[in-house]
Design a protein around this ligand. Structure first.
Ligand code: GAL
Length: 683
C-alpha cells in the first residue's frame, strides 16, 4: 500500500551519525549570477538548511537545443552545495519543456476539452500521454542520472514537479488513444464497457473502440461513467509518467530514493495520491495555506491525510510558504509565529523534512511576489530571522526523526473516487463539496480536542479504529460495503452521511432505496433526496441547523434509534440522524449538512458509544491540537496552540524538546508549539 522502500527516506546524518530532520527549499540558482551562489550557501548554513530541491525548471538551461547540453553550471552548484554540507533532492527537470522542443514538436502540447491548444509561455505544457514528450523527457532523465550518479551531494531524485498541477486533463488525440488502451485494459470487451458506461442511455452504444473519445465539449452532460473513468485514467496517465522516469532512475542509481511532490490540498483533486503512494520511495507533499476561518484545520487535515497515505511513516514536506503566495486574489503575509507553527504542525503529523518554496525570492518572473526564505529585503528581515529560528528548532527536534505517528482512535475516511463522483454534474445538487464536508467533520473533532487520523477509504485496516467517520462516501463497491458491515458487526462504530452508499464503482445506482449499499447496515430507507436551495435551511430538534441536503428517511430496522428529528421543512417530524446498534457496534447516519458548528454539537453523542474522549485537560481541548509520534522508547507529544491566546496545560510532563519550559506547568503562548518527550509505557 505505501512505499515499497519505507526506510529510504533521505535523512541527513547529524554529527553523531543519527538522523536529523531535513530543512530547506526549492533552490533556483539559474535565476541568479554566480556571485550570489556563494552567499546562498553561506546563508543556508546560517539557517540550518541541509537539503535543497534543485533544477526543477532547468530543462532549457541544461539542454539549450536538442543536441546541446550544458551541465557546467549545475556541476558547480552541486559541488558548492556539497562543500557546504548541503544535499540535493535533484529534480529530473522535466516539468517545463523548453521552447526548442515545443517549436519542433507542437504535438506535445495539451488540448482542452473545447479543443484549444495550451501554448507554451508558462510551465507544464505537456501531454502526459505524448510519446514524443516521453522520449525527450526520458532522454533528459537518463543524461542527468548518468552525470550525477555517485555525486556526493545527491540525496534523492525529484521526478518532474507537482505532476498534474496544470496538465491533469488533456483531451488531445494522444489522450484519446491512451484512454482507449486504458479502457481496454479495464474492461477487456466492448460489451463490458457498454454495460459499465450504461450506453443504452441516449443512444451511446459503442460498436468499435475507435469511436470512444475523452469527454470533450458535448451538447449536454457527458456520460457520467465516461467522465469518472476519464478522471481515473488521467490520474493513471500521470502516474505512468512518474513510473517511467522512476524506472530510468532506478536502473542508473538504484541506491538513490525517488520521490515526487504530491499536492494534498482541497483545490487539487485530479490525482489519487492514495493510489500513487506505493510508487515512490518516500511520500512528499506540498501545501499552501489559503486564508479563511478553517485554514489551519485544513493544514492539519492535509498533513494528517498525507501521513495516512504514507502508511503513517515519515514523509517529506517538499513545499510550503514562509509568508505570502502570489496566486490568490489577495496575498496576505503570515503573522509572526505562523511560519514556525505551520511547519511544526506538518512535523507533528509525521513530516521529517520541512522545505519551502523557495530559497531566494525571485527578482523576475511570475513568482517574484511569492515569499521565500531569503526575501527581497535580504537576510536582515523578520522572515529570515524566523527561518533561522525554525532551523534551530528543527535541529533540537532531531530525536523525532524516524518516529512514526501513533494511531488515533478515530478515523475520517477520504476517498478520491467519492470526491470525483459526488461532485459530477446532473446530480440532485451542484452545491455539494466533498472535501469541505470531510474538513467540517475534522474541524469539529479538532474543536473537541479529539485526536483523529485521516486515512484513505480503501487500503486502511478499519478494525484498528474505535470510530470511523465516512462523510459523503458516495462510491461504495460491494467489497467496501462488506468491509464496513464487517467492521460494525465486529464492534466498530461507523458514522456516515447523506449521499453515501449511492453508487457502485461504475457510478450505477444501488437500487431498492437509498443509501443503497449501506441501507441494511444503517437500517433506514430513503425514497427521494431532498436537496435544499441556496439560502434555505432546516432546524433539527437537537438545536442544530441543516443546509444543502435533507433525506426523507423511513426507519426499517428495529434496533434503530432516532438521535435527532427535523423540526422544520418538508420532512418535519421525520428522522434526521439515526443510529442502528447491531451487537456491540453501531452505524449512524446524518442526513443533512450540519457544518462544523453543528457537528461539534452532535459529535459528543457519537463519540460516547465508542468510548472516545479527549486526551488533554478539558480547558485546553479545542484550543490545542495534540498529535503523538513515537519510537521504540519514547512518545513525542506535539502541542499546537490553535488560538491567539495563551493556553495552560497543567499536569503535562516530559523533556521539552521545543517550546516554552514546562517546569511550573506548561503555558503555550499564542500560536506556539511545544514538543514533549515522554518514555513510552511498557506494553
Ligand atoms: C507550487 C510549485 C512551485 C511554486 C509554488 C508557488 O505549485 O511547485 O514551483 O510555483 O507552487 O506557491
Amino acid at each position: 500500500m505505501t512505499s515499497r522502500h519505507p526506510s529510504r527516506f533521505p535523512y541527513a546524518p547529524g554529527s553523531d551519525g543519527t538522523p536529523r530532520l531535513s530543512y530547506g527549499a526549492d533552490y533556483n540558482p539559474e535565476q541568479w549570477p554566480r556571485a550570489v551562489w556563494e552567499e546562498d550557501v553561506r546563508l543556508m548554513r546560517e539557517a540550518g538548511v541541509n537539503i535543497v530541491s534543485l533544477g526543477i525548471f532547468s530543462w532549457a538551461r541544461l539542454q539549450p537545443a536538442e543536441h546541446t547540453w550544458d551541465f557546467g553550471w549545475l556541476d558547480e552548484v552541486m559541488d558548492l552545495l556539497h562543500e557546504g554540507g548541503i544535499r540535493a533532492d535533484l529534480a529530473t527537470a522535466t516539468a517545463s519543456p523548453p521552447p526548442w522542443l515545443t517549436t519542433a514538436h507542437p504535438e506535445v502540447l495539451p488540448v482542452t476539452a473545447t479543443g484549444e491548444t495550451v501554448w507554451p509561455g508558462a510551465r507544464q505544457h505537456w501531454r502526459p500521454t505524448s510519446p514524443v514528450f516521453r522520449t525527450h523527457a526520458l532522454r533528459l532523465v537518463r543524461t542527468l542520472a548518468t552525470r550525477y550518479a555517485g555525486h556526493p551531494a545527491l540525496a534523492a531524485w525529484h521526478v518532474n514537479n507537482e505532476l498534474g498541477c496544470h496538465n491533469v486533463y488533456d483531451y488531445s488525440d494522444d489522450a484519446a488513444r491512451a484512454f482507449r488502451a486504458w479502457l481496454r485494459a479495464r474492461y477487456a470487451t466492448l460489451d463490458a464497457l457498454n454495460d459499465a458506461w450504461g450506453t443504452s442511455f441516449w443512444s451511446q452504444h459503442y460498436s468499435d473502440w475507435e469511436q470512444i473519445l475523452p469527454p470533450r465539449l458535448a451538447a449536454s452532460h457527458p456520460n457520467p461513467t465516461q467522465q469518472l473513468d476519464f478522471k481515473r485514467f488521467s490520474s493513471d496517465a500521470l502516474k505512468d509518467h512518474l513510473r517511467a522516469e522512476r524506472e530510468v532512475l532506478r536502473e542508473i542509481t538504484p541506491d538513490v530514493p525517488v520521490t515526487t511532490n504530491f499536492m494534498v490540498m482541497p483545490g487539487i483533486k485530479g490525482m489519487d495520491y492514495a493510489d500513487w503512494a506505493g510508487e515512490v520511495d518516500f511520500v512528499a507533499n506540498d501545501h499552501y495555506v489559503v486564508p479563511g476561518p478553517q485554514d489551519r484545520d485544513e493544514l492539519s487535515f492535509s498533513a494528517n491525510l498525507t501521513s495516512g497515505i504514507a502508511g503513517h511513516r515519515p514523509w517529506f514536506l517538499m513545499e510550503h510558504s514562509t509568508s505570502a503566495v502570489n496566486w490568490q486574489p489577495v496575498n496576505v503575509p503570515k503573522r509572526p509565529g505562523d511560519l514556525a507553527r505551520d511547519s511544526l504542525l506538518h512535523v507533528a503529523h509525521g513530516a521529517d523534512a520541512v522545505c519551502f518554496f523557495q530559497w531566494r525570492q525571485s527578482a523576475a518572473g511570475a513568482e517574484k511576489y511569492h515569499s521565500a526564505m531569503v526575501p527581497h529585503a535580504g537576510p536582515d528581515s523578520e522572515v529570515f530571522r524566523a527561518v533561522t529560528g525554525l532551523g534551530r528548532t528543527l535541529r533540537a527536534l532531531a530525536p523525532v526523526a524516524g518516529s512514526e505517528r501513533e494511531p488515533a482512535r478515530v478515523a475520517v475516511l477520504f476517498d478520491w473516487d467519492s470526491w470525483w463522483a459526488s461532485e459530477q454534474d446532473s446530480h440532485p445538487t451542484s452545491r455539494l463539496a466533498y472535501h469541505r464536508e470531510a474538513l467540517d467533520w475534522y474541524s469539529a473533532l479538532l474543536r473537541l480536542g479529539i485526536r483523529t487520523d485521516v486515512v484513505p477509504a480503501h487500503r486502511t485496516d478499519l478494525a484498528t479504529y474505535d470510530l470511523v467517520i465516512a462523510p459523503v462516501l458516495h462510491v461504495v463497491p460491494a467489497a467496501l460495503a462488506k468491509e464496513l458491515t464487517h467492521y460494525v458487526e465486529g464492534g466498530g462504530h461507523l458514522v456516515t452521511t447523506y449521499f453515501s452508499g449511492i453508487v457502485d464503482e461504475n457510478d450505477h445506482i444501488w437500487l431498492g432505496g437509498y443509501p443503497g449499499a449501506l441501507r441494511d447496515l444503517l437500517g433506514i430507507r430513503v425514497e427521494e433526496f431532498g436537496p435544499l436551495p441556496d439560502g434555505e435551511s432546516v432546524a433539527l430538534d437537537n438545536a442544530t441547523t441543516g443546509t444543502l441536503w435533507t433525506d426523507r428517511i423511513t426507519v426499517t430496522a428495529p434496533d434503530v434509534e432516532v438521535l435527532a428529528r427535523y423540526r422544520t421543512g418538508a420532512y418535519a417530524a421525520r428522522a434526521a440522524v439515526t443510529r442502528r446498534t447491531p451487537g456491540r457496534g453501531s452505524a449512524t447516519y446524518v442526513s443533512t449538512r450540519l457544518g462544523a458548528d453543528g457537528l461539534t454539537g452532535l459529535l459528543p453523542e457519537l463519540l460516547a458509544p465508542a468510548g472516545v474522549t479527549g486526551e488533554l485537560p478539558s480547558a485546553a481541548a479545542g484550543a490545542v491540537e495534540l498529535t503523538v509520534r513515537r519510537d521504540a522508547a519514547n512518545r513525542y507529544l506535539f502541542l499546537v496552540n490553535r488560538t491567539d491566546e495563551p493556553v495552560a496545560l497543567p499536569g503535562l510532563t516530559g523533556d521539552v524538546l521545543a517550546g516554552p519550559a514546562a517546569d511550573d506547568g506548561l503555558v503555550l503562548p499564542p500560536r506556539e508549539v511545544a514538543v514533549l518527550r515522554q518514555p513510552r509505557p511498557e506494553r
